[in-house]
Design a protein around this ligand. Sequence first.
Ligand code: DOR
Ligand code: ZN
Ligand code: ZN
Length: 411
Amino acid sequence: HVRDVTGCHVLPGLIDSHVHFRTPGLTHKEDWPHGSRAAAAGGVTTVIDMPNTQPPLLDPAKVSERAELVAGRSLVDFRFHLGTSPETLDRLKALTPQDATSVKIFMAGHHTAPNVLRSPSDLRRAFEFAAGQSVLLVLHAEADAVFALLDAAGAPPAQYRDYERARPRSGGIVAVTQVIELVQRYGTHAHILHVSSAEEVQLLIAARRSGLPISFELTGHHLSFTAADSARQGARLRLSPSIRSAEDQEALWAALLSGEAGTLGSDHAPHTVEEKTRGVAQAPPGIPGVQELATAVFTGMRRRQPEAPADRHLVLLAEHLARRPAELFGLAHRKGSIVPGLDADLVVFDADRPWMVTAADLHTKAGWSAYEGWTMAGRVLATVRRGEVIWDQAEGRFGSPVGVLLNPDCP
Ligand code: DOR
Ligand code: ZN
Ligand code: ZN
């Protein structure tokens, strides 16, 4: 099959360092065959999977078992974030870079993540271990204490207030402040996930400028939607952290366009249509997004800076979705170079191809997207993983599921 891609751009294969592929235990929401096809269709050739499965991945010794579950089912290459809990903190002492790219800490409770580290002493231990072993921490930085206070105050339930009540911005600000203090104290390298508010962006940029080893992630959905969309879409756009105001969103965009944000991630966290039609208060937070991430962010870039050349925006995408995550998560070692894409992980992208997202385009097992009806500015025409075409948009065809566990020791 020969394709004429004259006029298209070729980017390095994208790395989505934040997906929940739900295996094992939650495969009614998502699984690796569906999730990795969604990834391939979105130009993603490597994912890092989150540990809040059932059971959760809390033991470095269990990573190879987890990899065996995925082997032969994934189109894309993969690694894992290890989870932790107050009871399993000591196991981090045995962690090596071969096991996991990083340790994920949930600082707030969540229905799919019962393993929360919220006491100051547990957090101190985690930061101290991680610093001693040069392990990267990735953090869901929201504070439960603030939710409890708000619940006690019995805030009134207008629909928009419901989102704020579930995950008020103050919870994020409190937790980010706590993380910055811990990084100051122990020198731990920390990456804050899905930053959602202007205040958090400000705090984190200031911390980084002061020389602390701290960086942060922006998600496709916090860059694409505002509280007004949440009010319209209801339970579907219930997220943790919540989608915030248009002003917050502008602060995230300013950080991205100036290069001050660290990475982009989808936080691909599917729930079934049934779960998402339970009503705002009962629906679990999270949306699919690994397929939509790059095109949605590209679309937002074009809308905000229509005069800028598309090349500039594609370079920003490659920076936040390939070079930086490769460096941050040690994927560059295996690639033998800090230039991602060199082992022929590539994406063919048409930057001038508007198209409308419909349910028929989606590959997640959840079968729905908050982006349905969106007109995307560009399209992924083909994705190549280690030299094999794993997505051919013209034919709607996928390659074979032979993604490998990327290990820093591999040649
Ligand atoms: O919205 C979210 N969904 N936030 C999380 O932290 C977890 C995720 C999930 O696993 O559903
Ligand atoms: Zn999270
Ligand atoms: Zn997540």
